[in-house]
Design a protein around this ligand. Structure first.
Ligand code: ARG
Length: 584
């Protein structure tokens, strides 16, 4: 109903502008309301600046809004809330547009950076959340008309490659590598890190420091010195090391792609960190030339300023003493590149909440460099998985695949229990669709900024705000429509408008609103909540009224509402990256 609320908002703003001689374009917002169909609080918000009483403004609004064809009546509540009641006829006529979305993104490009796992480093559970949440946001942005560039900013450069090259040459188990290269790389990486720890301890060093902050190369553990030497060779383009590095990327990427395929996730470009290698020196130079960066103990840092940047952030290191560049340098170079290459007006990056400071620093630096695009760090809390599903090193990819296998297996069992008539092939297909959906939905349905716990019972439950519940609601509607067809009823104009039919209509017409909110806030859980409420509203409608056994004209209208509900459920789930089945 966004088209309507926008029209009413415009109309209200025009009327106030005319009445009081002050331009109030864009200042009148129409909201949904429990008490009426719609409500407007602008009279209270604007009264003070106009030096008028809210009541005076409300009277102007009430009159102007009542003239719209959709509006049946308006009244003033409390100090100046304007209640708006809509004509049933208008609702009935317009419910068919429930699926159309205002194209607020038309003409704009947004780059969304998500998933972005690190090659040859244990894939953290954070990357899985980033993949699922990022993909849903991408789908929503596309649906409202943005030109979306999905970019997988692969961590394919960095100190881990020096380590891996050393470990590979020393300890490779060729058979294991040919069978499952990523498992073998992970083993090599862990073996390296363990040895490094041991040597550090022997040298009497504290264990928590990252080698990047450590002093003179001379007192680093010998194995680390070796890794650094190999890294330098790689950076200088040594043929053998470059070939090994490429091999590590290729085998990892193959693995990632298998998971992306299973999750139905895709990217438009994969520009990893290494893509920006040749842009880092000039990025630091630009920061220096603009007076934004300075030398500090041999390194180069960007300093921030409360007055200029809005907050006194800690300095951001962009070049190490040894001349090496960092994550933040790459990110600044990446931002400049994305803005230039795609002329993007929004850049969204999805990572876990532990990186918040990094993003505040790097966005502040980009602003100083003149980036005008909206830079958005979409962060999320971490997810707890059930004991034992994900192996020791915190949610690696292999662990994710095991989780997906288990989800499919369990969903197959549930499907069989629910409906014994299904063939084996059907149950397997249902298990696949429902299992993957359960994992994704669990990730999407809570406010992303909170910590999420995954439990099998909750994720696979057929009741409550879960994927199986929504998929089941969809399947029931699909079978209702099929039954209608068999009985010779087909969806038609709404002939009756009982309160529960009206409530369902209002809910259907809220879909575009919610999708727009998700597009603006990057919070997919709002869409989940909406779909859950829609399914519940449908349940009351279906529980209270007879759909197929009413008067033919009434049946046709009710079947239409059922069909629209099914369409909105399917579309909403699709925007979340979740499939539906017509039989469960
Ligand atoms: N690879 C990074 C990590 O694992 C995430 C990258 C996110 N994107 C970015 N432009 N910083 O933490």
């Amino acid at each position: 109903m966004l088209a309507l609320t926008h029209e009413l908002g415009l109309r209200g703003a025009n009327a106030l502008t005319q009445a009081f001689g002050v331009d109030l374009t864009g200042k009148v917002i129409i909201d949904r309301s429990q008490k009426a169909d719609l409500q407007c609080a602008a009279a209270m918000q604007l009264a003070k600046s106009l030096k008028r009483s809210p009541r005076e403004l409300a009277e102007v609004l009430v009159k102007a809004l009542a003239e719209h064809v959709a509006v049946k009546s308006t009244d003033i509540a409390g100090p100046g809330f304007v209640n708006i009641h809509l004509h049933d006829a208008w609702l009935k006529q317009n419910v068919g547009n429930a699926l159309s979305l205002r194209q607020i993104g038309a003409g704009h490009t947004v780059v969304i950076d998500y998933s972005s796992p690190n090659v040859a480093k244990p894939m953290h559970i954070a990357h899985i959340r980033s993949t699922i949440i990022g993909d849903a946001i991408k789908r929503v942005l596309r649906a409202v008309g943005y030109n979306v560039i999905a970019d997988n900013h692969l961590g394919d450069w960095g100190t881990q490659f020096g380590k891996l090259i050393v470990a590979y040459r020393k300890w490779l188990d060729e058979k294991a590598f040919s069978e499952n290269p990523v498992v073998e790389l992970l083993r090599l990486y862990i073996k390296f890190v363990d040895l490094e720890k041991e040597q550090k301890q022997a040298l009497g060093k504290k264990l928590d420091g990252d080698e990047e902050d450590e002093g003179a190369a001379g007192d680093a553990p010998p194995i680390l010195q070796e890794a650094r030497a190999e890294l330098v060779k790689l950076q200088q383009g040594d043929d053998e090391n470059v070939a090994l590095w490429q091999k590590f990327i290729d085998v990892s990427m193959r693995e990632f792609e298998r998971v992306y395929k299973r999750l139905d996730v895709s990217f438009d470009v994969v520009l990893g960190e290494s893509f920006y290698n040749d842009k880092l020196a000039s990025t630091v130079q630009l920061l220096l030339d603009r007076g934004l960066a300075e030398e500090s103990e041999g390194a180069i840092v960007v300093r921030f300023d409360k007055a200029r940047d809005g907050e006194a952030l800690a300095p951001l290191l962009v070049r190490k003493k040894d001349g090496g560049f960092l994550y933040g340098t790459t990110d600044i170079a990446g931002m400049l590149y994305r803005v230039q290459r795609w002329n993007a007006s929004r850049i969204i990056i999805v990572t876990d909440d532990r990186q918040q400071l990094h993003f505040r620093q790097f966005f502040a630096a980009c602003k100083q460099l003149g980036v005008k695009a909206s830079m958005e760090h979409v962060f999320f809390g971490l997810m707890r998985l059930p004991e034992g599903t994900i192996s020791t090193r915190d949610g690696n990819l292999i662990g994710l695949e095991a989780l997906l296998d288990e989800a499919e297996r369990r969903a197959t069992v549930v499907a069989k229990e629910c409906n014994a008539e299904l063939t084996d092939a059907e149950t397997v297909e249902i298990g696949r669709v429902v299992g993957i959906a359960a994992v994704k939905y669990n990730d999407l349905s809570k406010d992303r900024t909170t910590l999420v716990t995954f439990t099998w019972d909750k994720a696979l439950s057929l009741t409550g705000n879960t994927a199986p519940y929504l998929q089941y609601a969809y399947a029931r509607i699909a079978s209702l429509i099929a039954k209608g067809v068999d009985a010779g009823v087909s969806p038609g104009e709404l002939a009756s408008f009982e309160p529960t039919e009206r409530a369902l209509t209002m809910k259907l017409l809220a879909f575009d609103d919610i999708v727009e909110q998700v597009a603006l806030s990057s919070k997919p859980h709002m869409l989940c909540e909406y779909l859950y409420e829609l399914a519940a509203q449908f349940s009351s409608f279906y529980g209270e009224l007879s759909v197929l056994k009413a008067e033919p004209a009434v049946s046709a209208g009710r079947l239409r509402l059922a069909q629209l509900t099914g369409d909105v459920l399917a579309k909403g789930l699709e925007l979340l990256g979740i499939g539906v089945l017509s039989r469960m």
